[in-house]
Design a protein around this ligand. Structure first.
Ligand code: DGL
Length: 290
């Protein structure tokens, strides 16, 4: 970043274990079109849902530090798993405005008429103290059916959002919820909004799907305003609004999937930079493999 430029002109750093955070990026671009974005996908080490707690904390901190080094003015941890596991640590270590994500239990408790709601999320998110506290705080009178979405992050990471095998996997997760009377389904992982068409093909109109990406974009707007960091929309000489700069996409793997999904689901033709973000645990992995 140009050192003389206003801090408001610096980018927002958005991070996910892989491609799921693109659902948050889509909402941020729609809601805050003047903002520049650096997106970091840790696809080389995804999914996080199968990793141990220390690994997730190590990677989350390393990638947030890397985004700060890229000049980010604020960070969005666009991963429920990383937020559940590590946001407290990141807040402790980095003095930068920070937004995390969490499953939409609160909206589900407001929406559900049957008072039964399903939650699809990773095992790490569902067993976290943060998630348990969220349910206790907002859903005391709601029956919450928790289902780990084993295999779903992997499917999205290989750009499979509609194959018959994927629909069958999803059916095994959501039909028992329908049978138990659930009328609401919380998509508690940022990869899952990309499966909404597949989920709809199973549940039809019988369930309301809760995706918090728009709420996250609004929260980001509030946080930027609190810190006086919101980008000013650029305008053309004729007074019309200029488009924001294209996002900068970075991946710790070869980036091919990030490029494909950004094109297929967001209509963005992205150049993806392959980046190396070593951390204590990945150095250990590499030493073990050598
Ligand atoms: N998008 C991440 C989340 O929201 C996926 C976690 C994973 O990599 O397992 O939880």
């Amino acid at each position: 970043m140009n050192p003389t430029a206003s801090p408001c002109a610096a980018p927002i750093g958005i991070f996910d274990s892989g491609l799921g955070g693109l659902s948050v990026l889509r909402a941020v671009r729609a809601h805050l079109p003047a903002e520049q974005i650096v997106y970091a996908a840790d696809s080389r080490y995804a999914p996080y849902g199968q990793r141990d707690d220390d690994f997730i904390a190590d990677r989350t901190l390393a990638i947030c530090e890397w985004l700060v080094a890229q000049g980010a003015k604020a960070l969005v941890v666009a991963c429920n798993t990383a937020t559940a596991q590590s946001i407290a640590l990141v807040r402790e270590r980095l003095s930068i405005p920070l937004v995390g994500v969490e499953p939409g239990i609160k909206p589900a408790a407001l929406i559900s008429k049957s008072r039964v709601a399903g939650v699809l999320a990773t095992q790490v998110t569902l067993r976290s103290a943060r998630f348990q506290a969220l349910v206790e705080r907002h859903a005391a009178d709601l029956r919450v059916l928790c289902q780990p979405g084993h295999g779903l992050v992997e499917a999205v990471e290989r750009c499979d959002v509609s194959s018959p095998a994927l629909v069958e996997l999803l059916r095994g997760y959501v039909e028992p919820m329908l049978d138990a009377g659930a009328d609401t389904l919380v998509l508690g992982c940022t990869h899952y909004p990309f499966l909404d068409t597949a989920i709809r093909s199973i549940v039809g109109e019988r369930m309301t799907l809760v995706d918090t990406s728009v709420a996250i974009a609004r929260q980001l707007e509030r946080v930027l305003d609190q810190h006086g960091l919101r980008a000013q929309p650029a305008s053309h000489a004729d007074g019309s609004m200029a488009e924001g700069a294209p996002a900068r996409f970075c991946s710790t793997s070869d980036g091919a999937h990030l490029r494909t999904l950004a094109a297929a689901l967001l209509g963005i033709e992205a150049q993806v930079e392959c980046v190396s973000i070593p951390s204590r645990r990945t150095r250990e992995l590499e030493a073990d493999a050598a």
